[in-house]
Design a binder for this molecule. Structure first.
Ligand code: MG
Ligand code: MG
Length: 273
């Protein structure tokens, strides 16, 4: 069942999303080769707790941490640990959730550390750009398939990468995962009609190689089957009449990265309409 939100509820979700992005910006300030997943997890958690909020993922379905930290071939749901020490050339996907005032926020960003190969930088740029192409379709009157199609067409047809099928975006509000599912693939004009007040997390997960994934032995970490790198960017948005309202704010993260010489910027690509 889909819950459409009032304007007031959307503002609560926005506040949670902004705190998510403040936590991710703290990650953007700290992350570097030599730091561990556990260290960035603790730093992000402190930002959230200092605002009187709760980490959105910790304890949910039994997940043990504030952040999901997924390095290189890890797609999503990686558990941050002290042993997980980042190296130059890694791409580190960091997903964060917040629960505050009864509402969740959810956003993710992939950080390229040090000297990342041009091939993998391009994967990050294309994945980040595909997120915004999906968001462009999140307007009242369109259908869910329009979002998935825009992402899939750009990522697979135009760039030859693999869009992960096994994991999808989702409705969000009083629950982290609400209806509807928001696939990053699909057919134009198909699926649930988008109406004002629908709040969804759009989150393309894109593999440099093939689209297939496997879950690792820890029961959480999803990795690409061919062990090639994977990138993940996510915004929470509210469907509106003419233009989606992006409730999360990656400019906070991008500003942090600009001040951090250990992280490369992930510029959006120019797209021909
Ligand atoms: Mg997320
Ligand atoms: Mg999500």
């Amino acid at each position: 069942m889909i819950y459409y939100k009032t304007e007031e509820e959307i503002e609560y979700i926005r506040q949670s999303c902004l705190l998510v992005c403040e936590a991710l910006a703290e990650v953007g300030r700290l992350i570097r080769p030599g730091i561990s997943g556990k260290e960035i997890d603790e730093a992000a958690e402190k930002v959230i707790l200092d605002h009187g909020a709760k980490p959105g993922f910790k304890g949910l379905y039994g997940f043990p941490a504030t952040l999901c930290v997924s390095v290189n071939e890890h797609v999503v749901h990686g558990i941050p640990t002290a042993d997980q020490v980042f190296e130059g050339g890694d791409i580190v996907s960091v997903d964060c959730g917040v629960f505050m005032n009864g509402f969740f926020g959810d956003s993710a960003f992939t950080f390229p550390l040090g000297e990342v190969s041009e091939e993998v930088m391009e994967l990050c740029r294309v994945t980040n750009t595909s997120l915004y192409l999906g968001i462009e379709q999140a307007v009242a009157g369109n259908r869910l398939g329009d979002i998935g199609h825009a992402i899939q067409h750009y990522v697979e047809r135009e760039h030859g990468y693999g869009v992960v099928r096994d994991l999808v975006g989702h409705g969000i509000g009083r629950e982290l995962h609400e209806d509807p599912q928001v696939p990053n693939f699909g057919k134009r004009g198909r699926g649930t009609l988008l109406k004002e007040g629908l709040t969804i997390a759009i989150e393309p997960m894109v593999n440099l190689g093939r689209k297939e994934v496997r879950t690792s032995r820890d029961g959480w970490t999803v990795r690409s089957k061919d062990l090639k790198p994977s990138a993940h960017y996510e915004h929470t948005v509210a469907v509106q009449k003419d233009k989606a309202d992006i409730l999360s704010d990656h400019s906070l993260i991008e500003a942090a990265i600009q001040q951090n010489p250990n992280v490369q910027e992930v510029a959006l690509k120019t797209v021909n309409a």
